[in-house]
Write a protein of this length. Structure first.
Length: 194
């Protein structure tokens, strides 16, 4: 990446967007291409109602990394419904943070690049829920998706989608059709950033 370091000696790419849009797919592909560690915002949220506190927890990751020290966060265990262990995030040449809220304007000064991933609502909710959410948890998933929609207007007065360096429709359908996760082709890879 040709942009200057923004996270101490390293760089930070954030992949933001609504639930089920393909953020994890893109972040996984970036990590595979660059060998960068990935932090998932889902690990920072205290359940579906913990968006604000989860976004604030980014500070415990980013501020130490700027100083060249390991950052950390408390991982939320969705099954136990409580915070679990502390996860260390060592300094690295590139860190990828993916998930709704990773593009919060508060942390613009730390970010090297911001990608916004979106997909039609039908694809986001049915596709994501069918793959990732057990049937008994789907009502909570829908409640969380609604909380995310509300957060787009109340928690983010300057939406990340408008500030993104790159915008992309979901990669999920392309990668699943190809039978793998990641970027399906060089052409698609180039279009993500174009």
């Amino acid at each position: 990446m040709s942009r200057p370091a923004t996270l101490g000696p390293g760089r930070l790419i954030c992949v933001d967007g609504p639930a089920g849009s393909g953020k994890t797919t893109l972040a996984t592909a970036l990590a595979e291409m660059t060998h960068a560690p990935v932090v998932h915002m889902d690990d920072l949220y205290a359940g579906w109602d913990g968006l604000t506190d989860g976004i604030a927890q980014l500070e415990t990751i980013l501020l130490p990394l700027v100083e060249g020290s390991p950052g950390s966060y408390r991982r939320y265990d969705w099954h136990a419904r409580e915070f679990a262990e502390t996860v260390l995030v060592p300094p690295s040449p590139l860190l990828v943070i993916e998930g709704f809220g990773s593009g919060a304007a508060t942390y613009d000064g730390f970010r090297t690049a911001l990608a916004w991933v979106d997909a039609p609502e039908e694809e986001r909710h049915h596709g994501h829920a069918a793959v990732h959410v057990p049937v008994r948890h789907r009502p909570r998933f829908r409640r969380g998706a609604e909380a995310g929609r509300q957060a787009l207007t109340t928690l983010t007065p300057d939406p990340a989608a408008r500030r993104a360096d790159a915008r992309r429709r979901s990669l999920r359908s392309e990668t699943h059709a190809a039978g793998r996760v990641g970027f399906p082709s060089r052409t698609t890879r180039q279009s993500v950033w174009g």
